[in-house]
Write a protein that binds this ligand. Structure first.
Ligand code: NDP
Ligand code: A1CAB
Length: 274
């Protein structure tokens, strides 16, 4: 955890803010230095109860008090939410955006020309300290602010600094959106298990353990390629070979590649829309 403790205001307290806040507090970031601002009260009450952070409905009060402002609303709301914030004195404040498809240039326009911007692309496993965040700092971001943004997101998982802003869209495809691909795969396995007559709770346990185990094997065996790990499971003439061949023949790799390209395409479209 960073020793550089600053007051951080999350503007928008939805799924992603909750994930990051959960990870920060679990990692020891002082809860009293975290503020969440959101229109609906229920999410705020839950955040205050679960993590002891400060909450409110007044974005401007939160921003005024903060050293660091995390913009965490949906991309399509960013312009409207930023407009009143732009009227505040933002000098000396670092603004971190987690929104997909809102460029630094656009965000700077929305914030009245504010320059100290870091664009990030986190993901929901941040909640467990198992996040993956890509970061891109605009030229105006000084060393201390850059380091703070890195430490903040490193508190909830791994980080990757990007040389170009276009890299953020690659992070979306590989890590921001990708937990959903794995959930979808596991959902499909649940359905497959049901078709085999497996009880739902048994299916969930087996799928969960296989997924956690596979991910940990990747993590703990950096010397082995993914294909080598797969080969270790695949006995010659055995069951895995039949299953994997079925997935291959039915085009799993092409589907995944198309899906990742679709994510990037959508991020690029959003950058024009928002
Ligand atoms: N979910 C994910 O996995 C990831 C999301 N992101 C990005 O994070 C951002 C947020 O996404 P996510 O958390 O999923 O979305 P959510 O819809 O869960 O959260 C957005 C929050 O913004 C709040 N909000 C709406 N209007 C305002 C306002 N005027 N002022 C303050 N808050 C407001 C909403 O409040 P309410 O609904 O209570 O009205 C809601 O709680 C998006 O830009 C997305 O691109 C990035 C990486 C991963
Ligand atoms: O679906 C989205 O647009 C956001 C960005 C990455 C994950 N969720």
């Amino acid at each position: 955890m960073t020793k550089d403790i600053r007051t951080v205001a999350f503007i928008g307290a939805g799924n992603m803010s909750r994930s990051i806040i959960a990870g920060l507090v679990a990692g020891g970031y002082p809860a009293e230095r975290i503020i969440a601002s959101n229109p609906s009260q229920g999410k705020l009450d839950a955040l205050a109860a679960d993590y002891g952070i400060r909450t409110g409905n007044d974005n401007l009060a939160a921003v005024a008090e903060a050293d660091v402002v995390v913009m965490a609303v949906k991309p399509q709301l960013m312009a409207d939410v930023c407009a009143p914030i732009a009227a505040l004195d933002l000098a000396g404040k670092l603004v971190i955006s987690i929104a997909a498809g809102v460029t630094c240039e656009r965000l700077s326009q929305y914030l009245g020309g504010h320059q100290a911007l870091v664009r990030t692309m986190p993901n929901t496993p941040s909640m467990l300290g198992l996040g993956m965040t890509g970061l891109y700092a605009s030229d105006a971001v000084g060393e201390a602010d850059r380091a703070f943004a890195g430490h903040l997101m490193a508190a909830v998982g791994e980080i990757l600094w990007l040389d170009s802003e276009a890299g953020i869209d690659q992070v979306i495809a590989c890590a921001g959106s990708s937990p959903a691909y794995f959930f979808l795969f596991m959902e499909a396995m649940e359905q497959g298990a049901a078709a085999l007559g497996v009880k739902p709770e048994d299916a969930r346990l087996m799928i969960q353990q296989a997924a956690i185990g596979a991910a940990q094997m990747v993590r703990h065996n950096p010397q082995l390629s993914l294909a080598e790990l797969r080969a270790q499971v695949t006995s010659k003439g055995g069951t895995t070979h039949e299953a994997v061949q079925t997935l291959e023949q039915q085009g799993l790799r092409d589907s995944v590649q198309d899906a990742m390209q679709a994510a990037v395409r959508r991020a690029q479209e959003m950058a024009k829309e928002f």
